[in-house]
Design a protein around this ligand. Structure first.
Ligand SMILES: C[S@@+](CC[C@H](N)C(=O)[O-])C[C@H]1O[C@@H](n2cnc3c(N)ncnc32)[C@H](O)[C@@H]1O
Length: 194
């Protein structure tokens, strides 16, 4: 493990978080006030669970977090956490809405298995990001927030534009805990338009 990974892995362990990726969400949430008390949060690509864990803390007893992943988080025990084991790419947004109801926040930290071939990795990341956006537009209440990880590359600007069409404000955030070499950035859509 390199120095960077070591530092955030240790910090996550010391603070009892399930993964170091929590620090990205924490920073973005501080900057954008994405997640509020009593909110319903949908966490796409939730395994091993640190974003859901953070969201559960933020929403409190009156809120609820639904996580979806191919892998089931095994260390996330909370009455307010509901898990769906599924491939998000195969989900029907309308059926999902019927199952879990309208949401206040949709998060996606989904990432493809990287191949090292930039064009392939960027295309796969965009496919996941567009699916997350499709779900967000179907399931978010008016005024709801969207956060989505995506790899920068060909097609990224168009994705950002698509987000900005449906949300009052769009921000692009590269958290300090993201590796310098990484292509990942986070697109935040704040306040979904009617
Ligand atoms: C970086 S991890 C998420 C980490 C998580 N946010 C956390 O803090 O614990 C990315 C996750 O996306 C999931 N993923 C990727 N493609 C997916 C898909 N098509 N459907 C469901 N989950 C997917 C992977 O299984 C993986 O667990």
């Amino acid at each position: 493990m390199n120095k960077w990974a070591d530092y955030y892995t240790k910090k996550a362990k010391d603070q009892n978080w399930l993964a170091r990726s929590v620090f990205k969400l924490q920073e973005i949430d501080k900057k954008t006030k994405l997640i509020r008390t009593a909110a319903n949060v949908l966490d796409l690509g939730c395994y091993p669970g640190s974003w859901s864990q953070y969201s559960l803390k933020k929403v409190g007893k009156k809120g609820r977090v639904t996580g979806i992943d191919i892998l089931e988080p095994d260390r996330l025990n909370s009455e307010n956490f509901y898990f769906i084991k599924a491939d998000v790419l195969k989900l029907d947004p309308e059926q999902l809405k019927q199952k879990i109801g309208i949401q206040d926040v949709v998060l996606s930290d989904m990432a493809p298995k990287t191949t090292g071939i930039v064009i392939t990795d960027v295309a796969r990341s965009l496919e996941l990001a567009y699916k997350a956006l499709e779900i967000a537009l179907s399931i978010l209440r008016s005024g709801g927030n969207f956060l989505c990880k995506v790899f920068e590359g060909s097609g990224f600007e168009q994705f950002k534009k698509e987000v900005s069409l449906s949300f009052k404000k769009t921000r692009l955030i590269r958290p300090v805990s993201t590796r310098k070499k990484s292509r990942e950035v986070f697109v935040v859509g704040i306040y979904k338009k009617d």
